[in-house]
Design a protein around this ligand. Structure first.
Ligand code: ATP
Ligand code: MG
Length: 208
């Protein structure tokens, strides 16, 4: 699984000539690996895990897409209000929706939470069907599927049947195994430390 080329780090023990020779070998390996990757198609991507950075990493991709003048959609499930990034990236190429009333432990109303998720999913499907859209970020979809607020089979079927030119990134903790199975790219953010556990509150620009 983890067999893509890794540039080896320069070793201070090598002479300059040995370093050059070693780098030429590495270069040949990397070029061969790059050339052997022939497929080009839209990806299903998953950022999951308990560590911080899942949404932020997807926003980085979104910024790149917009820089390439591609049309994008973001649907933020669960959370109330748009992320501050929406203001920065505002563009006719970006469609941003939030389909949430806040954390489930704050709303305490399962029926309205589910209705908001359904509305968000309806919007998502409209972007799946729009050939102009290149990239869709479904924020917190992993959680929504984990807690059963959207029908998992229906969501997975839509992802499986998506247009080949469309990229979709699904973020949130507890991505279901079936989603991980069908995805092309899965990254788990693993918590090593989080300031929250040291009593440090969420801060502007870092969390929101
Ligand atoms: P971010 O939006 O910063 O990229 P995330 O998408 O990985 O974070 P979520 O699961 O969406 O994380 O959590 C949202 C909020 O919870 C963020 O404010 C984030 O900083 C915070 N958070 C993320 N990981 C942890 C953690 N391990 N412990 C406590 N709070 C966390
Ligand atoms: Mg997040």
């Amino acid at each position: 699984m983890n067999d893509h080329p890794q540039p080896s780090s320069p070793s201070p023990a090598r002479t300059d000539a040995e370093h050059r020779e070693h780098m030429q070998t590495v270069q040949a390996q990397v070029r061969a690996a790059v050339q052997s990757a022939k497929d080009k198609r839209g990806l299903v991507m998953v950022h999951t895990g308990n560590g911080k950075g899942k949404t932020t990493a997807a926003f980085g991709m979104l910024a790149r897409m917009l820089a390439h003048k591609r049309k994008c959609a973001v649907i933020q499930f669960i959370k109330s209000g748009k992320d501050a990034v929406a203001r920065l990236l505002e563009s006719p190429n970006l469609h941003w929706h939030h389909a949430g009333g806040g954390f489930t432990w704050d709303t305490q109303n399962r029926d309205s939470d589910i209705a908001l998720c359904r509305e968000g999913w309806r919007l998502a499907l409209s972007y799946f069907a729009d050939p102009e859209i290149s990239f869709i970020h479904l924020d917190e979809l992993n959680v929504v599927l984990d807690i059963g607020y959207l029908p998992k089979d229906e969501v997975l079927a839509a992802l499986r049947a998506k247009r080949p030119d469309l990229h979709v990134v699904c973020t949130g903790r507890n991505a279901p195994p079936e989603l991980i199975e069908l995805a092309d790219l899965v990254t788990e953010m693993r918590e090593i430390k989080h300031p929250f556990n040291a009593g440090i509150q969420a801060q502007q620009g870092i969390e929101f």
